[in-house]
Design a binder for this molecule. Structure first.
Ligand SMILES: Cc1cc2nc3c(=O)[nH]c(=O)nc-3n(C[C@H](O)[C@H](O)[C@H](O)COP(=O)(O)OP(=O)(O)OC[C@H]3O[C@@H](n4cnc5c(N)ncnc54)[C@H](O)[C@@H]3O)c2cc1C
Length: 464
């Protein structure tokens, strides 16, 4: 039988194992952690994820659509919580059915493991990859069931799905043609929570809640869970007075939250306890190339392109990698050199594009309560309603399967178009943007737009 070895049974590894086992491969997955379906696994990473169209498409392929819908909470937009003001919701899309789904990461991983095993894949738990020697076709593992005893496994084809700190990627740095950068993003994060109160949910359920602060320097977000709780994530600069490391006493935590998130404090009874119990984590961005070694091995998912979470696309992009690799096998097997080469060619530029858009989206999220951002969003939604050819970057990334490279190109074009439309508003020409925003509501400003001109501007950029 056609053997293939996967390293890591996280979200990509389990999904890919299911796809390959369905294709008739003899799939063995080596996973460092215990089986989360039987034992408690280490906590500390995000416990819920936003899954969008790409992820849902993948889960349909895995036959998991109904199961996921049973545990997913739809989020139709961002609910901004300005300091000292009323919260304001902004929909993600002009199409009312479009939403992100907040899903438990653990539950999703368990479902994917079940599907992989049902398709015939074997998952071996507590087996940590230590090193890989492709010249000798060998992987070294530590058996954590057996005091970490080291053993070697002969391999033929390997796919490394071992996440952002991939041991396989580190082994590849020995190859002279391998370029590799890991960059720490400018904010760290900590998970906090908003529990239910007497069993009832404490904020509006179907939104991604955002508290952007100090010109977008830091923010807290909250995603709903099906048990009426919210998982909050506080993102703060790595260093400085307003950093997580500086919130090092109960008094500082309480004072900081009272100052910046006063509406959230009454909803967070375990705030101080959670702040000290939960780890501070950093966000690493990984770029590397090549993702493959000859016809022997490929990296997939976070192992080759860990990105920041601000577009909610890490899993979505990783699932797309898996589908691409599976399709390449469908088209080019048994020519594994070609399988891996085409997979890499088709995915690398897309991974780079979403990585950049995800970094930029930190500012978008943190500033989403700000008037200029809201004016741009308002005008953009108007453009989408009026002109069928116009589509926002967000719509393309989150609610379509169009390549990320296309979404990125749209984003650049659209911002130029919106700038021209805003500069064309007579009140902006008269008062300047800042004063115009101070003196008029967003809806009033947008009502002054000249849509004939706007259409011409957009057509010029879109070449239609
Ligand atoms: C705070 C935060 C929030 C996020 N939110 C979102 C979101 O809303 N939407 C979204 O799409 N994405 C989100 N992501 C990104 C998402 O979590 C990742 O993109 C996704 O988990 C990648 O899947 P993966 O399988 O490649 O890696 P992982 O999920 O990390 O899985 C890797 C697996 O490999 C195993 N492993 C690691 N090393 C070894 C080894 N040496 N030997 C054997 N096994 C090993 C691990 O135990 C794990 O099971 C978020 C990430 C973070 C940090």
């Amino acid at each position: 039988m056609k053997k293939i070895t996967l390293i890591g049974a996280g979200l990509s590894g389990s999904f890919l194992a299911a796809l390959l086992a369905k294709r008739g491969f003899d799939v063995t997955v080596y996973e460092r952690r215990p089986d989360r379906r039987k034992e408690e696994v280490e906590a500390g990473r995000s416990i819920n994820l936003a899954v969008s169209a790409r992820g849902i498409h993948a889960l349909k392929l895995a036959g998991l659509y109904e199961d996921i819908m049973a545990i997913a909470t739809p989020m139709y937009g961002r609910m901004n919580h300005p300091l000292g003001g009323d919260s304001v919701g902004t929909k993600y899309s002009i199409h009312p059915e479009n939403c992100l789904y907040s899903v438990s990461r653990g539950a999703l991983n368990e479902m994917l493991m079940n599907v992989a095993e049902a398709a015939g894949a074997k998952i071996l738990f507590k087996q940590e990859c230590k090193d890989i020697d492709l010249a000798a076709n060998e992987v070294r593992f530590a058996d954590m069931n057996n005091g970490g005893e080291i053993y070697k496994v002969s391999v033929n084809k390997v796919v490394a799905c071992d996440g952002a700190n991939s041991a396989v990627r580190r082994a590849m740095t020995r190859n002279t043609d391998f370029t590799h950068t890991e960059k720490r993003f400018r904010v760290d994060y900590k998970e906090l929570s908003i529990p239910s109160k007497d069993g009832m949910i404490q904020m509006e359920r179907n939104w991604l809640h955002i508290w952007g602060r100090e010109g977008g320097a830091f923010m807290m977000i909250a995603l709903p869970n099906i048990d009426n709780t919210f998982t909050c994530t506080l993102f703060m600069p790595v260093e400085g007075e307003k950093s997580l490391s500086n919130l090092d006493t109960s008094e500082k935590v309480s004072a900081f939250f009272a100052q910046y998130f006063p509406d959230a404090v009454p909803l967070m009874p375990t705030l101080v306890e959670d702040s000290f119990k939960n780890p501070t984590s950093s966000l690493n961005i990984v770029f590397c190339y090549p993702w493959i070694v000859e016809d022997k091995m490929a990296l997939i998912g976070d192992a080759c392109h860990a990105i920041v979470p601000f577009y909610g696309q890490g899993v979505n992009a990783s699932f797309e990698d898996c589908i691409e690799l599976d399709e390449c096998i469908g088209q080019h097997y048994p020519d594994w050199g070609k399988v891996f080469e085409v997979y890499q060619t088709n995915r690398k530029a897309n991974a780079d594009a979403i990585s950049q858009m995800a970094q930029e989206n930190f500012d978008d999220m943190a500033k989403s309560g700000f008037p200029e951002f809201q004016l741009r969003k308002y005008l953009e939604h108007e453009m989408e309603i009026r002109f069928a050819f116009y589509k926002s970057q967000y719509e393309t990334v989150s609610f379509s399967l169009e390549p990320y490279t296309e979404a990125k190109a749209r984003g650049i074009r659209n911002q130029q178009i919106l700038t021209e439309i805003i500069e064309d508003l007579s009140v902006v020409r008269e008062l300047g943007l800042e004063n115009a925003l101070a003196a008029h509501s967003i809806a009033d400003l947008a009502a002054q737009a000249n849509w004939d001109n706007a259409e011409q501007v957009a057509k010029r950029y879109y070449g239609v």
